[in-house]
Design a protein around this ligand. Structure first.
Ligand SMILES: C[S@@+](CC[C@H](N)C(=O)[O-])C[C@H]1O[C@@H](n2cnc3c(N)ncnc32)[C@H](O)[C@@H]1O
Length: 340
């Protein structure tokens, strides 16, 4: 079997150097989809002028944000600076949201450092014009921790609304069968068990998601080189619940392009961006690959094979070396100690 992964591209300068000449976008540039649906921009999410130019008066019904939250880049300045950085891109996002729109933000809590920045972010958001609506927890299969603590397997997702946006949760069922019995209720004179009254054999999606498989290198949707890829399934769930066909979705932290791909699959439009030209290129290529081959990612390969060939990296290093680190793993400064 082919085994041709890329190392983590944010920390592999020699590989980045080979890739950068093949990236279509440089800072300040935008790729416009010939089919007229999507855009990908290389911009800084805190740059209001750049964000407004990308939107060009359009308004987004749904904003999804998955910023870097490991704080490694911010350690010298601390959580206050991280929060004021968040304020800037949150303000830019709210500024281009539709009067009836939804905002979802992925963020973490560092248990080794006062659980920041999640609570700080939540408090900061009280001063925004958005209404807090839900605090969702998604379970990862692989976690981190020590033998003297509970294994950390959670990813946190905050849901806020502006005005009165779409919410199609009625149709949103998990893959989890109804194995537990519910309470009884009188319906039309008959005493019915809770599970009998639901439409599906499966349970409805709530604010704890345990049915989403974390992306790892053997999955078709895997994009090697990316260190913080979100599973398509959870982004699709957000999109189905909080937007309608042809709605516009924004995501200014594109990385592997998951939101763009999910928007394409679900017939929405997406304007996405990343500050790094390498991740902008990966995002565009992921969409093109899906359109050409119906593939979701590069299982056992990588997005730059046409230029870099198939054997430039030492596969003798082994699979484990290339497993994408989660943002949560980064809280430990790379000292990941265990996993499921
Ligand atoms: C956690 S990743 C997003 C993962 C994405 N949801 C996915 O599924 O692939 C964060 C991304 O934000 C980008 N980024 C960091 N700072 C940024 C900024 N100021 N503006 C835009 N993008 C930024 C990074 O380059 C990185 O690709």
């Amino acid at each position: 079997m082919k085994n041709n992964p890329l190392p983590r591209l944010d920390i592999a300068p020699e590989v980045r150097e080979q890739i950068l000449p093949h990236c279509r976008l440089q800072s300040g540039e935008t790729w416009v989809d010939l089919q007229g649906k999507h855009k990908v921009a290389c911009l800084d999410a805190t740059d209001k002028h750049a964000v407004d130019a990308l939107l060009n008066q359009s308004q987004a019904q749904l904003a999804i944000a998955d910023p870097p939250y490991n704080l490694i880049a911010f350690q010298e300045t601390g959580v206050e600076d991280f929060i004021s950085w968040c304020k800037r891109w949150i303000g830019n996002s709210i500024g281009v949201m539709h009067t009836n729109g939804s905002l979802y933000v992925w963020l973490g809590a560092d248990q080794n450092n006062g659980f920041q920045p999640l609570p700080d972010f939540m408090i900061m958001m009280r001063d925004s014009s958005l209404k807090p609506r839900s605090f969702i927890t998604m379970r990862n299969q692989r976690g981190y921790g020590t033998q003297k603590n509970w294994m950390a397997v959670r990813q946190e997702l905050l849901y806020y609304t502006k005005g009165n946006p779409t919410f199609n949760i009625e149709a949103e069922y998990t893959d989890i069968p109804k194995i537990l019995r519910g309470y009884y209720k009188q319906v039309g004179g008959t005493l019915m068990e809770n599970t009998e009254r639901g439409k599906s054999e499966n349970i409805r999606a709530g604010n704890v998601w345990v049915d989403v498989q974390q992306v790892f290198y053997r999955m078709e949707e895997n994009v090697s080189g990316c260190y913080a890829q979100k599973p398509l399934k959870c982004i699709e769930r957000i999109i189905r619940a909080s937007s309608n066909t042809d709605d516009l979705i924004i995501d200014f932290f594109a990385h592997s392009g998951t939101t763009l791909l999910a928007a394409e699959i679900l017939n929405r439009r997406c304007f996405t961006a990343d500050i790094d030209p390498v991740f902008c290129e990966i995002t565009i290529r992921r969409l093109e690959r899906y359109r050409n081959l119906r593939k979701l990612g590069w299982q056992n390969g990588h997005p730059f094979e046409p230029e870099l060939g198939v054997s430039i990296f030492d596969s003798s290093i082994g699979d484990a070396h290339y497993q994408p680190l989660l943002q949560n793993d980064l809280f430990t400064n790379g000292k990941t100690t265990s996993g499921t």
